[in-house]
Write a protein that binds this ligand. Sequence first.
Ligand SMILES: Nc1nc2c(ncn2[C@@H]2O[C@H](COP(=O)(O)OP(=O)(O)OP(=O)(O)O)[C@@H](O)[C@H]2O)c(=O)[nH]1
Ligand SMILES: [Mg+2]
Length: 372
Amino acid sequence: MKIGVVGSPNAGKTTFLNAACLTEAEMAAYPFTTIKPNRGTAVVRAKCPCKELGVEHCDGKRLVPIAMVDVAGLVPGAHEGKGMGNQFLSDLADADALIHVVDASGRSDTEGNPGNGDPVKDVEFLEDEIEQWMLGILMDKWDSLKRKIEMKTVKPWQAVHEQLSGLKVREEDVKKAVKELGVDSNATEKQLLEVVKKVRKPILVAANKMDLPESEENIKRLDNAVACCAEAELALRRANESNLISYSPGDASFDVGSEVPEKQKKALDFIKSLLAKFGSTGVQKAIDGAAYGLLDLIVVYPVEDENKLTDKKGRVLPDAYLVPKGSTALDLAYRVHTEIGEKFVGAVDARTKKRVGKDYELKNGDVIRILV
Ligand SMILES: Nc1nc2c(ncn2[C@@H]2O[C@H](COP(=O)(O)OP(=O)(O)OP(=O)(O)O)[C@@H](O)[C@H]2O)c(=O)[nH]1
Ligand SMILES: [Mg+2]
């Protein structure tokens, strides 16, 4: 599973990635600082089953890894090559969901230069860019796909899925959209755009720079956006790494140690007041929202000993995997390793100690031993 971080130049995308992944990618107060994508591993919060099952692992707050990629800023017309252009959209191809980092202060224009921006318009144009980019990929091959449909070598939904499969669209979504919209070989570009709108990568809006005074009014106009301050999250995560404070991603507060210099204390006090107002920095809330809200993921824990809940080395609940709801025991086996998937003969639910088959549908928090 992978989250793509997108948005206008200078919106704070790389700051968001660095905060989420504790990476050191270059950030700066001018547009197009990022050209090549920055990659990292963020975390999704989950409830660890250790306490419920009476084993020693953690304090019950589990941080499950998820891949993240931050790309060059997108400007209106990016799908036609404007700004840093089209090829940068392809860095998003294998992202399952997108977090759109918007500069909620409106202090930057759509090109990322100082000026008057409108975060609500940013949300609209970005959705449009993503849709036009995907439509372009579909239209590129539509003539040959059309012939295949006419010759009945593929069904219309298969043709659309084949062409968009590199973009992580879901088969069931494509089937549903193509059926609902009655797409066949005579489909118009307009009709295909409607399909793309229904199957495109889901987007969560992170209204960034909430620390700036102009943001407050704008955030009210951004429906369903997560108010966010990437800069504050980055400061807290780094201060926690240096043992200056005690902070866990997504927390509503933090404890300040005695070693903190006076100047830093002031900055931390300001962040504390932001957290009191907004509940958190919003970065973790946005990531959790993408994983659970947009992608409907669940967390499962493979083990090799269903009684001790350990792997071969005796590590308790060593791994946690994010998988789509509806995944089966066999899907999990393949996720652990292709070879484990190929040798799969069954699985054991560690809670009930009952054996389950390949089609067993995993539940959130399941602890599973795979038998090979
Ligand atoms: N006030 C404020 N500034 C922020 C916040 N997040 C990022 N910034 C600032 O915004 C500027 C741009 O940050 P980047 O993370 O480089 O932005 P980007 O979207 O990756 O920019 P490009 O790679 O150029 O597209 C920097 O000066 C950051 O310090 C925030 O939460 N609040
Ligand atoms: Mg950047």
